[in-house]
Design a protein around this ligand. Sequence first.
Ligand code: ADP
Ligand code: MG
Length: 343
Amino acid sequence: MSEKRTEIGDLGEFGLIDHIKERVKLSQKSTLKGIGDDTAVIDAGDHVKVVSTDLLLEGVHFDLSYAPLPHVGFKAVAVNVSDIASMNAVPTQITVSIALSNRFSVEAVDALYEGIYAACEHYGVDLVGGDTTASRSGLVISVTAIGEVDKDKVVYRDGAKMNDILCVTGDLGGALVGLQILEREKQVFLANPDMKPELDKYTLVTGRQLKPDARMDIIHELKELGVVPTSMIDVSDGLASEIFHICKGSKVGATIYEDKLPIDKQTFDTAVELNLDPITCVLNGGEDYELLFTISQEDFKKVEKHPDIHFIGHMTKPEEGKFLVTKSGTAVKIKAQGWQHFD
Ligand code: ADP
Ligand code: MG
């Protein structure tokens, strides 16, 4: 008798998460949001607690031949803080779990924690626990971050309304381009270990890949400006994929404009050098950890002059779909590629 076997690749990462979610039954009154947003949301009386967790594996999420251990530690915290930020919340505590093979020394663990402690200080969070175990294949690191926000200020993926303005912080595509450069220089080094990697002219993009910074600054500034986004998500899988999440959650469409998409000059030039289309890098590059959010038209005046918030488009009726208007004025359907981990 042959048992049915479904390949994980047939579902993809998001399909698999939906599949798991289907059988989850929530029974606690305090669970305000379970699977399906950047964090879970838990009722804590006058405010809510938000919880996010991420798992990073050596060889899948980072490569120690070019990622220094302190950077890996910092990034493991920053990617979780980014999820906390995307709920309009402020991080308060983290737990850190590690699995190590005997390839790692105490000094290596110290180097990893140097980055974790630096991130704790940078984001003002306390390291309050975790777990330590042996691994057969390299380093595994999992961080859980806890944060809090006033009940009426928590922002989900599902609140965007038609005509809301779509905003993104910073610039996009840098982390993907940085990764391509690091991979290229690794191959050069493997082919000829006497060659020194030429990384000096790529420090911005490699920095975006190796040591991303969660945009807590934006969360504090939005608060000062008196703006609560109608929906928000962090850009971890690529702009196109995140737009799909907001549109699906909020049941709206979106139109974005190519000439409004923020890209740094070094990202643009390096993409061209690598024979990559810069706009594809902006749309589908992952790991930028910028914030993508929508605001109501009335709030536009309050953020209009912010130097690091870009207004890239607006939300439409769901049946209008998701489109990119190119510089020449053609509307092209947006495809959400993101990272296909299981391909
Ligand atoms: P992000 O990219 O923002 O970190 P993910 O795409 O990893 O978010 O996850 C989307 C949602 O699915 C989140 O609510 C997350 O907690 C949930 N999730 C992911 N993997 C699992 C799992 N194995 N079991 C239960 N929930 C999961
Ligand atoms: Mg996220």
